[in-house]
Write a protein that binds this ligand. Structure first.
Ligand code: PGA
Length: 252
């Protein structure tokens, strides 16, 4: 039985004061869900330490939104996996479509980041998803399987053990137009099927999150799908009431 996981991706939002207000609001409310659903938030790098301090004593996990694949060295402006681990980070998002699409990150770079995260003991959340033109052209399966295979071919199937996958259709992110539960379920089942060809155990155990305009109103129906194991939540994770309700739907 896979325990559901809800991860708040704060993106490039937040300030010390706003983060504190948000965390102080969600922390007590989410306490009653402990044991039923796993929850984490991913602030931007400068806010990791403060967030960690505020979360102390709670079971809400700390995630990061990105990392670089080098161990240590001359790479101005980048942050390594071991630096994140030292900062108390447990999870890290890799291959988010905003990095693939707007910053040009390739499948190969994503696979290297995934490997670096694992090596440092972090849980990578590998994001895959098609754009609107790709969906319209009937290329959804080819795109998401290519993005998944890039990691499996580079790292081997065992690298997916205890990792997390996130299906995030690019057209659904920040648009207010989520995939329908049926559309999402179909892609989640496809991804799990691909893993199953290599390892039944990993396919059964891996959490596949849905991301893209998840909110309090649609989370319940999405999370009720058999292959949807929680959510990667952007905009709605910045609003305490929305995020609490989304987490509650995952824990019910
Ligand atoms: P959204 O973002 O919930 O604001 O659509 C999700 C994401 O990009 O992870």
């Amino acid at each position: 039985m896979r325990r559901k996981l809800v991860v708040g991706n704060w993106k490039m939002h937040g300030s010390p004061g706003r983060n504190r207000d948000l965390l102080e609001a969600i922390k007590p409310a989410l306490q009653s869900l402990e044991g039923r659903v796993e929850i984490a938030v991913c602030p931007s790098f400068p806010h990791l330490a403060d967030t960690r301090a505020i979360l102390a004593g709670s079971r809400i996990g700390l995630g990061a939104q990105n990392l670089f694949s080098f161990g240590e060295g001359a790479m101005t402006g980048e942050v390594s996996a071991s630096m994140l681990a030292d900062a108390g980070v447990g999870l890290v998002i890799v291959g988010h479509s905003e990095r693939r699409g707007r910053l040009g990150e390739t499948d190969a770079q994503t696979a290297d980041k995934f490997a670096a995260a694992r090596k440092a003991g972090l849980v990578p959340i590998l994001c895959v998803g098609e754009t609107r033109p790709e969906r319209d052209a009937g290329e959804t399966a080819a795109v998401v399987l290519r993005q998944l295979d890039a990691v499996i071919d580079n790292q081997g199937i065992a690298a997916l053990d205890k990792a997390v996958l996130a299906y995030e259709p690019v057209w659904a992110i920040g648009s207010g137009d989520p995939a329908t539960p049926e559309q999402a379920q179909a892609v989640h089942a496809l991804l799990r099927g691909r893993l199953k060809q290599r390892s039944g155990k990993i396919a059964d155990e891996i959490r596949i999150l849905y991301g893209g305009s998840v909110n309090a109103a649609n989370a319940g129906e999405l999370f009720a799908q058999p292959d949807i194991d929680g959510g990667l939540v952007g905009g709605a994770s910045l609003q305490a009431r929305e995020f609490i309700a989304i987490c509650a739907s995952a824990g019910s």
